[in-house]
Design a binder for this molecule. Structure first.
Ligand SMILES: Nc1ncnc2c1ncn2[C@@H]1O[C@H](COP(=O)(O)OP(=O)(O)O)[C@@H](O)[C@H]1O
Ligand SMILES: [Mg+2]
Length: 267
């Protein structure tokens, strides 16, 4: 492990999708979803990406996790060439980065009970563990996300949206990853419930010295946790820096317009 280097480092990432052209167009068009994005996520920091719907945030996140292959660019994880990793090297890196999704109902198998949902990654990645060891890790992880052990034998539909997101976070956390990528983790939740889930993510980030990549279309969401932030527009990072600086003295007109849309609390 190299402590000075970023945990995750991406250089000049690009991804275009082919969009079917309209009937009168000669050929299909390519839409540039991610256009020359570079970023660094350091150990134990929360890095935020904010930008409106369709600007390429999810595509970027999926490339960082290698769920989508970039057209161009480099990604290093803990100094290793992540895009070149194959086989067991790929599996070893993959378990060190986990994702929390927007819609916990869609990402949790409705036929599985909570103990199976949360324990499944361990069964896959640590097959040498006994049933009792897995049960203990599941209980410990549920406790870390604020769920009691009487949730173990219940199904996802029996929970509220906020509790379901906690189950999704437990599933991401159980392998003790170094990086969690949370893509719109609270946009399906009421504001007050979302604030509690964000507070949980912040507490877990500190407790486990996690690196957290927090992605949202909402400036206040990113501002609640991120120490550095990048503003994304039409596939590009138009501005990035310490959150305070970017939000208090936005240099780019797009950042200024995002901030102008944020309702202010009465003073
Ligand atoms: N699998 C795909 N096929 C075609 N176009 C896609 C695909 N995924 C995303 N896009 C397009 O790429 C752009 C960025 O989408 P996305 O990364 O989901 O943005 P965001 O997460 O910021 O809302 C959008 O124009 C979207 O329609
Ligand atoms: Mg998205």
């Amino acid at each position: 492990m190299n402590n000075g280097a970023p945990l995750l480092e991406a250089r000049n990432l690009r991804k275009a999708f082919v969009v079917a052209g309209a009937a009168w167009e000669k050929s299909d068009r390519r839409a540039q979803a991610v256009d020359d994005v570079s970023l660094e996520v350091h150990r134990a920091e929360t890095f935020g990406i904010v930008g409106e719907s369709g600007c390429g945030k999810t595509t970027l996140a999926r490339m960082l996790l290698r769920l989508v292959e970039p057209d161009a660019g480099e990604i290093r994880f803990d100094g290793d060439d992540w895009l070149a990793a194959r086989g067991s090297d790929m599996r070893k890196i993959r378990r060190r980065m986990q994702m929390v999704f927007q819609d916990p109902m869609a990402s949790l198998d409705p036929r599985m009970r909570v103990d199976a949902i949360v324990g499944e990654p361990l069964e896959i990645h640590e097959p040498e563990l006994s049933r009792a060891q897995i049960r203990a890790r599941v209980a410990e992880t549920l406790d870390a996300v604020g769920l009691s052990s009487d949730t173990l034998r219940r199904y996802p539909h029996e929970f509220s949206g906020g509790q379901r997101q906690r189950i999704g976070i437990a599933r991401a956390l159980i392998l003790r990853p170094e990086l969690i990528i949370a893509d719109e983790p609270v946009s399906a939740l009421d504001v007050s419930i979302g604030a509690q889930v964000l507070e949980l993510l912040g507490n877990l980030q500190r407790q486990f010295s996690l690196s957290l990549l927090l992605i949202s279309h909402s400036v206040p969401v990113v501002a609640q946790l991120a120490s550095r932030v990048a503003v994304m527009q039409a596939g590009k990072f138009v501005e990035s820096g310490p959150t305070e600086q970017v939000l208090n003295a936005p240099a780019h007109p797009y950042t200024q317009s995002l901030l102008a849309a944020v309702p202010r609390l009465p003073v």
